[in-house]
Design a protein around this ligand. Structure first.
Ligand code: GLC
Ligand code: CA
Length: 549
C-alpha cells in the first residue's frame, strides 16, 4: 500500500483561503498561518491551485512564468517556508501544474507571435485559415470557437480554454524538454507531487478533423481527449520527473472512460498515481448540457460511482474521491440540503465519499459545510467561464432570470468565495476588501462550528483518522446493494471477513430498509442511531457506517 492511498488530500484555493496583508487576496503567509488547523484535521497532503506568475484571466490557470510565484501570493522564499512548515507538521505539498496551455503573456507565446520562423512558433498550435475561416469547428470550453485569429500572421492558434490561454504543442520535443526541466525545478525546491491540470487533453489529433456535433460533447473533444500520444507523454514525464522524485500525482481527466483511467493509473504503466474524474458530478447535466437547471436521480449517481469503484479496482487503477473542488458548485447545495439539514447533509456526503475506495479530497470549507454563494447579479461574478456562459445563454434566448438561476446552481464561482474562518468582518478572511464577495449572513465558520464534538469538522476528523487504521476502507472490495433504490444509497466494503456497510438516506423523508445484523456502529450523522438486527430506520439525510456480520 502506498502512503497516499491512506492519506486524505485537502485542496486549497489560495486566493480565497486566508489573506495575511489586507489586500483582499489570500496568500502564502495566510496558508502558513492555517497549517495548524489542517494538521488538526489530520490531512497529509495539500493540493495548491496555481500560484505562478499570471495575468489572472483564469485565476492562475493562465501561467506567464512557471518559475516564479505571483507577487499577489508572495515569493519563492515564502513558498519555501510554506514547504518547510508543512513538512514539519507531516503534511506534503502537491502543486498544480498547467501544461496543456500557457497564458498569452508567456514569453514563449510572445516569441511565437513574432513570425512563423521564430523557434517558439512551433511551441503552440498554429494553423492557416481554411477557406478564410477557422481551421475546424471545435469549441472552446469557455464558449465560442477554440481558434483565435492573428491578422499579422494570417493564422489561427488553438485555445481549448479562454482565448488568452493558447494550447501548447506537445509534439515538439523541445517544448517537452523545457516542461520536464521546469517540473524538476519545483522538485528540487522540495514539493512532493503534482496535480496535473487537464492533462488528458495535451495530445491533439494531428489532422484537426471537424467534430460531428451529434451530442453536446461532440464538440472537438473526440479529437483531443485521451489523444493519440497522451500515454507516451505522461510515461515520459514519469520517467523524467515523477519516478525519480518519488512524486504523488493526480491527473485531472475529464470526459474519460474507466478503461482509459485505468491506463493512466495502473502502477505497472508508470504514468499517474490517481485519476480525478467527473462523471458523477455531471449527473445533473440535462441532456449532457452543463448550463441547464438540472436534477439528478440517485440511481444514476450510484450507477456511476459504482462503475468507477468496481472497474477501477478490477483494472488496478486508483480513484481520487471528491464532491467539490474549485470548478464545482458546493455539493451540499447542489445535491442535498444546505438549509434545515445542513449538518446532516454535509456529514452524509463525507461518509459516502470516505467509505469508497480511493483517495478522498476535501475542498476548503467543505469541512465546515460551506454552501453556494448564490449570487443574484452577473456583476458579482468574476469567473470568465461563468460570465461567458451567461452571455451565451442570453444569446440563445434564455431569460436573464433563468440564466442567473442556472449560474446559482452550476457556476464554479459558488465555491470560490472566501473561506469562513470566524464571524468578524469578511469571516476573518481579510481585513481589506475581499476579491470576491463572501456570504455575509452565514453563521457557519471555523470559529463557530468546528469546535463542537459533533461538528461537521469533527466528523471529517474521525473519517480521516479511520482511513489510517481500517484497511478494509482502503483495500476492501466494493459492492452496491439495492441499485434501483431512489432514496437510499447502500454499499458494502469487504476485506477478509470484515464487512463494512454504508447506508445513506438522500431524502428529507424517513426511510425504512432491511439490514444485516450489526456488529458495531462505526460512524453515524445522528447522535442516537437505534439499531435492530434486521431493519434500519433512517431519518432525513441520515447516514451510517456499520460493521456487519
Ligand atoms: C482545469 C482547472 C480549471 C481551469 C481549466 C483550464 O479544469 O481546474 O479551473 O479553468 O483547467 O486551465
Ligand atoms: Ca494578500
Amino acid at each position: 500500500m502506498k502512503w497516499w492511498q491512506k492519506a486524505t488530500v485537502y485542496q486549497i484555493y489560495p486566493r480565497s483561503f486566508q489573506d495575511s496583508n489586507g489586500d483582499g487576496i489570500g496568500d502564502i503567509n495566510g496558508i502558513i498561518q492555517r497549517l495548524d488547523y489542517l494538521q488538526d484535521l489530520g490531512i497529509e497532503l495539500i493540493w495548491l491551485t496555481p500560484m505562478y506568475v499570471s495575468p489572472g484571466r483564469d485565476n492562475g490557470y493562465d501561467i506567464a512564468d512557471y518559475y516564479q510565484i505571483d507577487p499577489i501570493f508572495g515569493d519563492l522564499a515564502d513558498f519555501e517556508r510554506l514547504l518547510k512548515e508543512a513538512h514539519q507538521r507531516g503534511i506534503k505539498i502537491m502543486m498544480d501544474m498547467v501544461v496543456n496551455h500557457t497564458s498569452d503573456q508567456h514569453r514563449w507565446f510572445q516569441e511565437s507571435l513574432k513570425g512563423k520562423d521564430n523557434p517558439y512558433h512551433d511551441y503552440y498550435l498554429w494553423r492557416d485559415p481554411v477557406d478564410g475561416h477557422e481551421p475546424n469547428n471545435w469549441l472552446s470550453k469557455f464558449s465560442g470557437s477554440a481558434w483565435e485569429y492573428v491578422p499579422a500572421l494570417n493564422q489561427y492558434y488553438l485555445h481549448l480554454y479562454e482565448k488568452r490561454m493558447p494550447d501548447l504543442n506537445w509534439r515538439n520535443p523541445q517544448l517537452r524538454e523545457e516542461i520536464y526541466q521546469m517540473m524538476q525545478f519545483w522538485a528540487d525546491l522540495g514539493i512532493d507531487g503534482l496535480r496535473l491540470d487537464v492533462i488528458n487533453n495535451i495530445s491533439k489529433d494531428k489532422d484537426f478533423p471537424n467534430d460531428t456535433f451529434e451530442t453536446p460533447s461532440d464538440d472537438g473533444r473526440n479529437f483531443y481527449t485521451n489523444g493519440p500520444h497522451v500515454h507516451e507523454y505522461i510515461h515520459e514525464m514519469y520517467e523524467r520527473v515523477f519516478g525519480p522524485n518519488n512524486f504523488v500525482t493526480v491527473g485531472e481527466l475529464s470526459s474519460t472512460p474507466v478503461s482509459e483511467a485505468i491506463r493512466y493509473t495502473n502502477p505497472e504503466r508508470e504514468e499517474l498515481s490517481m485519476a480525478f474524474t467527473f462523471h458523477h458530478v455531471k449527473v445533473d447535466y440535462t441532456g449532457g448540457k452543463k448550463w441547464t437547471l438540472g436534477q439528478y436521480r440517485l440511481s444514476d449517481l450510484k450507477r456511476i460511482l459504482s462503475q468507477w469503484q468496481t472497474e477501477m479496482a478490477a483494472g488496478g487503477g486508483w480513484n481520487a474521491l471528491f464532491w467539490s473542488n474549485h470548478d464545482q458548485p458546493r455539493a451540499i447545495s447542489r445535491f442535498l440540503d444546505d438549509g434545515q439539514y445542513r449538518d446532516q447533509s454535509a456529514k452524509l456526503l463525507a461518509l459516502v465519499e470516505f467509505g469508497l475506495q480511493g483517495t478522498p479530497y476535501i475542498y476548503q470549507g467543505e469541512e465546515i459545510a460551506m454552501k453556494n454563494a448564490n449570487f443574484t447579479s452577473i456583476d458579482q461574478y468574476q469567473d470568465a467561464e461563468s460570465i461567458n456562459a451567461y452571455h451565451q445563454m442570453l444569446a440563445d434566448g434564455i431569460s436573464e432570470d433563468l440564466a442567473i438561476k442556472i449560474l446559482q446552481q452550476k457556476s464554479r464561482e459558488n465555491c470560490r468565495i472566501p473561506m469562513q474562518w470566524d464571524m468578524t468582518a469578511n469571516h476573518g478572511f481579510t481585513t481589506g476588501m475581499p476579491w470576491l464577495q463572501p456570504v455575509v449572513a452565514d453563521d457557519y465558520s471555523v470559529a463557530t462550528k468546528a469546535q463542537a464534538p459533533d461538528s461537521v469538522f469533527a466528523f471529517y476528523q474521525q473519517l480521516v483518522a479511520l482511513r489510517k487504521t481500517e484497511p478494509v476502507l482502503i483495500e476492501g472490495q466494493y459492492q452496491l446493494l439495492a441499485p434501483e433504490d431512489e432514496a437510499v444509497y447502500t454499499y458494502q466494503r469487504q476485506l477478509g471477513d470484515k464487512k463494512v456497510r454504508v447506508i445513506a438516506n438522500f431524502t428529507d423523508q424517513t426511510q425504512q430498509r432491511a439490514n444485516a445484523a450489526v456488529k458495531a456502529v462505526m460512524m453515524s450523522n445522528y447522535p442516537d442511531q437505534q439499531l435492530t438486527t434486521d431493519q434500519i430506520t433512517l431519518r432525513p439525510y441520515e447516514a451510517v457506517m456499520l460493521e456487519i456480520e
